[in-house]
Design a protein around this ligand. Structure first.
Ligand SMILES: NC(=O)c1ccc[n+]([C@@H]2O[C@H](COP(=O)([O-])OP(=O)(O)OC[C@H]3O[C@@H](n4cnc5c(N)ncnc54)[C@H](OP(=O)(O)O)[C@@H]3O)[C@@H](O)[C@H]2O)c1
Length: 355
C-alpha cells in the first residue's frame, strides 16, 4: 500500500482528499495534519467520516520532515506558500509532492511572484514541476516528482479550449478570432472553509456577484495553458471574469469564441467528441444539450457542451465540473494514479449525486 500524507486536512479540499482516498484500494493515509485541530479525531470535525476514517489530526511541528519522508506521496491542501517550504527536502528524500495550491502551477517565476506577491522558495524545483492536467500532460506526469495541481477555473477553461486550439494548430490557419471570453461561476466552497465576512450565509445566499474582473490569479494560469501547454500558434487575448454563485459545490464556465470563415467550416461537435473519445472523465454532451453542475456533483467528471452558430460566426463552449473534485482533490488523485502507474480511475469512480 502507498503511504500518503495530507497537509491541511481540515479544509475543503483536504476533507475531499480523505473522502476519495478512503475508497482507494492502493493508498493508506498515514498522516493528516492540522495546526488548529491537532489531537482530535477527524470524525469529530467531519461527522461524515465516522466509521470511515479513524485518523487523528497531527501538528507535526519540528518533526514534519521526518514524518513526511516516511511517506510515498504528500498532498498539500494548503494556501499557496506552504508546499514550497517542504518540497525540496521531500523530493530529495524520494517523496512525490502534489500541491493543490499555486506554488508549482506557473512555470514563470516572474509571473508567480507578480500574481502571488510571494518570493518563490525553490525556483530550481519549479522548473521540474509538471502541471497536473492528465488530459494534456499525462506522459510528463508519469515521471514527475512535483505536481502543480491546476486551479479549478483553469481546469474548465483549458480543457474547454483544448480541442479548438488543437484544431487551429492542425488547420494551420486561424479558426477563432484572437479574443477569448471566459465567463465562469463557482460555488462558495471554492473559497475554502475559513470564515470570511463575504462568505457568510446571509451574504452569499440569494446573491450573485463577480470578482477579480480586472485580474484574477487564475488568468495567467489559463494563458499559460493556452499558449504553452496547448502550444497555440496564435496569440489570444483572454478575458476572464469569475463569479460567486449561491451553491456549495460546482463550477460552470462559459467560453465565448468568434469563428473565422475557416472555423465555420469545422464540425466542432465532432472535433470535441474525437478529442476526448478516450478520456474517461470527460463527457461531450450530444449536440444541442446543456450541462448542469448537478450532473457532476461529487464526481471527477467534467462535462462539455459545444454550441456552434455559423449565422453569427460564434461558438459557445459550456463546461461544468465539481470544483472540489475534478477542480481539486479528484484531479490530484488522478495525477497520483498516473504517477504510480495505477489505473487512472482508481478511487475516482463515484457516481454524481442527484438531486
Ligand atoms: N476550494 C476549492 O474549490 C479549490 C479548488 C482548487 C484549488 N484549491 C486550492 O487548494 C488549497 C486548499 O484549498 P481549501 O479550499 O481546501 O482551503 P481551506 O478550506 O481554507 O483549507 C486550508 C487548509 O490548510 C491548512 N493550513 C492553512 N495554513 C497553513 C500553514 N501555514 N501550514 C499548514 N497548514 C495550513 C488549514 O488547516 P489548519 O488551519 O487547521 O492548520 C486547512 O486545513 C488552496 O491553495 C486553494 O487555492 C481550492
Amino acid at each position: 500500500m502507498l503511504q500518503a500524507a495530507i497537509i491541511g486536512g481540515t479544509g475543503y479540499t483536504g476533507v475531499e482528499l480523505i473522502r476519495l482516498l478512503s475508497s482507494h484500494p492502493k493508498v493508506t493515509i498515514k498522516w493528516l495534519t492540522s495546526r488548529t485541530e491537532a489531537g482530535k479525531p477527524v470524525a469529530s470535525i467531519f461527522p461524515s467520516l465516522r466509521g470511515i476514517s479513524d485518523l487523528t489530526y497531527s501538528d507535526l511541528g519540528e518533526g514534519t520532515l521526518e514524518a513526511l519522508t516516511s511517506c510515498d506521496v504528500v498532498f498539500f491542501a494548503t494556501p499557496h506558500g506552504v508546499a514550497m517550504q517542504q518540497a525540496e527536502a521531500l523530493v530529495a528524500a524520494g517523496v512525490k509532492v502534489i500541491d493543490l495550491a499555486a506554488d508549482f502551477r506557473l512555470q514563470s517565476l516572474q509571473s508567480f511572484e507578480q500574481w502571488y506577491k510571494h518570493k518563490h522558495a525553490c525556483p530550481e524545483l519549479l522548473k521540474q514541476a509538471v502541471y497536473g492536467l492528465p488530459e494534456i500532460s499525462r506522459e510528463a506526469i508519469k515521471t514527475a516528482k512535483v505536481i502543480g495541481n491546476p486551479g479549478c477555473y483553469p481546469t474548465t477553461a483549458i480543457l474547454g479550449l483544448k480541442p479548438i486550439i488543437e484544431a487551429q494548430n492542425d488547420k494551420g490557419e486561424a479558426v477563432i478570432e484572437p479574443r477569448i471570453i471566459i465567463d465562469a461561476k463557482s460555488g462558495v466552497s471554492g473559497a475554502g472553509r475559513q470564515a470570511k465576512l463575504n462568505l457568510n450565509y446571509a451574504e452569499t445566499t440569494d446573491n450573485f456577484n463577480a470578482y477579480g474582473v480586472t485580474g484574477h490569479r487564475h488568468l495567467p494560469e489559463i494563458e499559460q495553458g493556452v499558449h504553452e501547454l496547448l502550444q497555440s500558434k496564435y496569440t489570444h487575448n483572454i478575458r476572464f471574469v469569475p463569479h460567486l454563485v449561491p451553491m456549495i459545490r460546482g463550477m460552470f464556465t462559459t467560453i465565448h469564441l468568434s469563428l473565422t470563415d475557416a472555423g465555420c467550416d469545422l464540425d466542432l461537435q465532432q472535433i470535441y467528441e474525437q478529442a476526448y473519445q478516450n478520456e474517461k472523465f470527460i463527457d461531450i454532451l450530444p449536440a444541442g444539450e446543456f450541462p448542469d453542475t448537478r450532473s457532476v456533483r461529487a464526481s471527477n467528471r467534467l462535462r462539455i457542451a459545444v454550441h456552434q452558430d455559423n449565422d453569427t460566426k460564434s461558438a459557445t463552449i459550456l463546461v461544468v465540473q465539481d470544483n472540489l473534485v475534478k477542480g481539486a482533490a479528484g484531479q490530484a488523485v488522478q495525477c497520483m494514479n498516473v504517477m504510480f502507474g495505477f489505473d487512472e480511475s482508481l478511487g475516482l469512480n463515484h457516481v454524481p449525486v442527484v438531486p
